[in-house]
Design a protein around this ligand. Structure first.
Ligand code: TXA
Ligand code: MG
Length: 355
């Protein structure tokens, strides 16, 4: 399949390109598009064949449901069976934006889109190109992240092209995704709203609107015996090709541990990489050393994380050590993705063993 690649500037959207992209979706085709979180791989959410094609293009298990993207609040009426009050409150405050809400689905939404579930994930992105594309396509775009299953979500068109060229009809290049991590997912179908995936809209921001909010206990812990409630969080995900380990604890011991172990891996003939922060970056020794930014700037860390993981893949890095990050606020999303990328390999170095 020939994939058309077009550049669209968010501040000056070319409506004729939007019309073409919309026509592709209405004809059952697939278009990758920019959002404020990561790039999406879009198809018509109300057409079961489109959803099947999305799973095929990504190489994704078809029991892993897709998020339905809308461009206006009124669109929820058609796809949601009963709209909880919490959804109205959250939409008022955080839509359009990087927040996905799980609600009971209506009969209009095919099971192919929801991976067989009676619930549907809905999100209204804030990216202007995404909104124009959704409108042009009829208002309901099913879209997972536009990566091959198991690779980091693409934060720039270059990586969408790498993963999706030849597999889909069109790629809309809108430059860098601002946030760089996928949306927060909150399940509104239970008694208490529950975060299934942490993101830019933090626990604290949800509590501000809803009062009580629960967190799926599997999000930050590998020890937890329960299965994650978002099917997609069960699969190994965001995985770089190299073996990634996270090192946490006292600063000097972390740096020493990383250097000693990188050196040892290097002497075994492995290509080594380190993910550090501006505060420590000058103290490392390895084949490839990358800073995600200052520890003070979590927005930048979120923005850079997936790109760094992809760059290590491009460089053929086989052994990677990463510093760890605070896990409050946006740090919760950063640590959640990093832990998943590392297959939960974490080395703890504290002067006194924590209890
Ligand atoms: O930021 C984002 O959310 C991006 C952009 C493109 O909008 N999309 C994205 O989609 O990250 P995806 O498919 O990579 O991740 C969707 C997650 C999966 O973990 C999936 O299992 C979960 O949402 N999900 C979707 N529908 C669900 C449902 N009805 N119940 C529970 N989890 C659901
Ligand atoms: Mg994904």
């Amino acid at each position: 399949m020939d994939t058309t690649i077009v550049k669209v500037i968010e501040e000056n959207i070319d409506e004729s390109i939007m019309a073409k992209a919309g026509a592709i979706i209405k004809a059952g085709g697939l278009v990758a598009f920019p959002t404020e979180t990561v790039y999406g791989l879009g198809g018509d959410a109300l057409n079961p064949d489109s959803s099947r094609k999305i799973y095929a293009a990504k190489g994704r298990p078809s029991d892993n449901p897709l998020i339905v993207h809308i461009a206006r609040w009124e669109a929820v009426d058609k796809i949601v069976a009963d709209i909880p009050e919490a959804a109205r409150l959250l939409a008022d405050k955080y839509w359009p934006g990087p927040l996905t809400m799980i609600m009971r689905k209506s009969e209009e939404v095919p099971y192919e889109t929801t991976g067989g579930l009676d619930t549907v994930a809905v999100r209204m992105p804030v990216h202007k190109t995404a909104l124009a594309f959704i409108e042009a396509a009829g208002g309901y775009i099913a879209a997972p992240s536009a990566n091959i299953s198991g690779r980091p979500s693409p934060t720039t068109a270059k990586y969408v092209i790498e993963d999706m060229s030849g597999r889909i009809d069109m790629i809309i290049d809108g430059g860098d995704a601002g946030i760089g991590l996928e949306s927060t997912i909150v399940d509104l179908t239970g008694d208490i709203p529950m975060i299934l995936r942490p993101g830019f809209i933090t626990y604290e921001m949800l509590v501000e609107v809803l009062g009580e909010v629960a967190i799926d206990p599997t999000i930050l812990s590998a020890d937890c015996k329960d299965r994650p409630k978002a099917p997609g969080m069960r699969y190994r995900h965001y995985a770089p090709k190299g073996n990634l380990k996270i090192v946490t604890g006292d600063r000097d011991r972390v740096i020493e541990y990383i250097n000693v172990n990188s050196k040892s891996d290097s002497s075994k003939g492995l290509k080594t990489g380190i993910i550090g922060t501006d505060e420590n970056i000058d103290r490392y020794v390895a084949d490839s050393i990358k800073s995600v930014g200052s520890r003070e700037d979590e927005d930048l860390i979120a923005h850079r994380l997936y790109t760094i993981l992809r760059e290590f893949d491009d460089e053929g890095i086989e052994s990677i050590y990463s510093e760890s990050f605070e896990d409050g606020g946006l740090g919760q999303a950063i640590m959640n993705r990093l832990l998943k990328a590392a297959g939960h390999q974490i080395i703890e170095l504290y002067e006194e063993k924590r209890v």
